[in-house]
Design a protein around this ligand. Structure first.
Ligand code: C2E
Ligand code: MG
Ligand code: MG
Length: 440
């Protein structure tokens, strides 16, 4: 082979799998667009991502990860026609270009074939491993979901992410609704980058109280974002976007710093032992320097770590549970307490409670809201409270809105309540006026 040919091959081929790479795939899609335009036909692209590939890499090492990628790509290739283009875009992300005219049924047949090929575990005899692999697939059609390479890849990727967010190991066709959702996410993602710099973020604080005495125990810091053009955007919308883009790291640092500075100001007014809870995203705890950077921020703000509570959710323990446990224990040694937030929305496993190094459990408001009319939920709540307390875990009911809910929770001996019945989230000034003023 001539040196020039060899060079071309290297530039156009993925060295691990020998599949066409991103450069080649782009060219092929551009050709397909040209042909489809001339002939007035459509084609489809499948965006394929291996489920939990990061965990495979983390648990077994990159060598096994690479072997797996090779084997998976071979199995996928054997289930598509030779005329279809199958490429590796990056990491564990693959794309298939299916031409020419295809219906949803045809595509579902192709997906069935791929799934069939992946039905049996991948055997790596030399490593004495057998790994079961599943994949998530997003599908976009030309021209319906995009008329350029970038739009098509992006929209099939959006459909694939929709699958990831709704349970993995499946497929989804792109839709105009998904495209719109994606556009909104991108808009928010871009706007969020400027939010800290342009002073658009604030913290509000929601009180928590002892359920029988109504005595205030502390507050939870909650982010608020007001964009000049987009208006007020709820954390439920922008936190997942920040997690996806990685901006959550900057946002997390900003929130922790602001919350600690605020606690320090309040504490200087009067020395009430009110705690301050801060929500911590799983992505933050997975960052290598989290323990150190957190400790630095707390120390710089001069607050007592024993007044801080970090609220985490069960999803934090999916990847690298042992490492996460170690980090939590390191921070607990400094005095910080840990709460398990939104309990009941994830795996809600009672046995998990025995293994987690947490101090507080917050029952999700969806259970509190339904408990008056739903006997099963009442049983779950009562048993969760009993079990948690037996493990010396304090229980907080979130989103308590009615006296009826409060009275029922009292009979279950729930420790604390939070919710609009007690108080909605308040500004720092309102908290200072209502709870930190010195009685002279
Ligand atoms: P969360 O941590 O479970 O916070 C409680 C949410 O319930 C807050 O919504 C609060 O305003 C709302 N809430 C409190 N009482 C009631 C009530 O009686 N009725 C109803 N319907 N709602 C009530 P918010 O502030 O919109 O926050 C939503 C979620 O966004 C939070 O849920 C938390 O997961 C996340 N979040 C908020 N701030 C931050 C932050 O600083 N960092 C991170 N990572 N996540 C945050
Ligand atoms: Mg919370
Ligand atoms: Mg919650």
């Amino acid at each position: 082979m001539e040196a020039e040919d060899l060079n071309q091959l290297l530039v156009r081929t993925d060295s691990l799998t020998q599949l066409p790479n991103r450069v080649t795939f782009r060219e092929q899609i551009n050709c397909a667009i040209k042909v489809a335009k001339e002939k007035n036909t459509q084609f489809a692209i499948l965006y394929i991502d291996i489920d939990r590939f990061k965990a495979i890499n983390d648990n077994f090492g990159h060598h096994i990860g690479d072997l797996l990628l090779k084997m998976v790509s071979k199995r996928i290739q054997s289930s598509i026609r030779t005329s279809d283009i199958f490429a590796r875009l990056s990491g564990d992300e693959f794309c298939v270009l299916l031409t020419p005219w295809l219906t949803q049924n045809n595509i579902e047949d192709v997906i069935d074939k791929i799934k069939f090929q992946l039905k049996n575990p991948i055997l790596l005899p030399e490593e004495k491993l057998s790994i079961q692999v599943s994949i998530s697939i997003g599908i976009a059609f030309y021209p319906e979901h995009g008329e350029t390479y970038d739009a098509l890849v992006q929209h099939s990727d959006t459909a694939m992410y929709h699958v990831k967010n709704t349970g993995r190991n499946s497929y989804a066709f792109c839709s105009l609704e998904l495209v719109e959702k994606n556009r909104r996410k991108q808009e928010i993602s871009i706007a969020l980058q400027e939010a800290i710099k342009h002073d658009q973020l604030t913290l509000v604080f929601q009180p928590k109280a002892n359920i029988s005495t109504q005595e205030i125990s502390g507050f939870e810091a909650l982010l608020r974002w007001k964009h000049p053009g987009l208006g007020a955007i709820a954390p439920a919308e922008f936190i997942p976007v920040a997690e996806h883009s990685g901006f959550i790291q900057d946002l997390g640092v900003w929130t922790l710093r602001k919350a600690c500075e605020q606690l320090n100001i309040w504490q200087n007014q009067t020395d009430h032992p009110y705690t301050l809870a801060i929500n911590i995203s799983a992505h933050q705890l997975h960052q290598e320097s989290f323990v150190q950077s957190t400790s630095d921020i707390i120390e710089a703000a001069g607050v007592n770590p024993a007044l801080l509570e970090f609220e985490i959710t069960e999803s934090i323990f999916i990847d690298q549970p042992l490492l996460i446990r170690e980090k939590i224990i390191a921070l607990k040694k400094k005095g910080i307490k840990f709460s398990l937030d939104d309990y009941g929305t994830g795996y809600a496993s009672l046995s998990l409670l025995t293994q987690l190094p947490i101090n507080i459990l917050k029952i999700d408001m969806s259970f509190i809201h339904s408990m008056i009319n739903n006997q099963t939920h009442r049983i779950i709540i009562e048993n969760t409270i009993t079990m948690a307390q037996a493990l010396k875990i304090k229980v907080i009911a979130e989103g308590v809105e009615t006296v009826q809910q409060l009275e029922l929770l009292k009979t279950y001996h729930c420790n604390e309540l939070q919710g609009n019945l007690l108080s909605p989230p308040l500004s720092s000034q309102e908290i200072a006026n209502n709870y930190y003023t010195t009685s002279s």
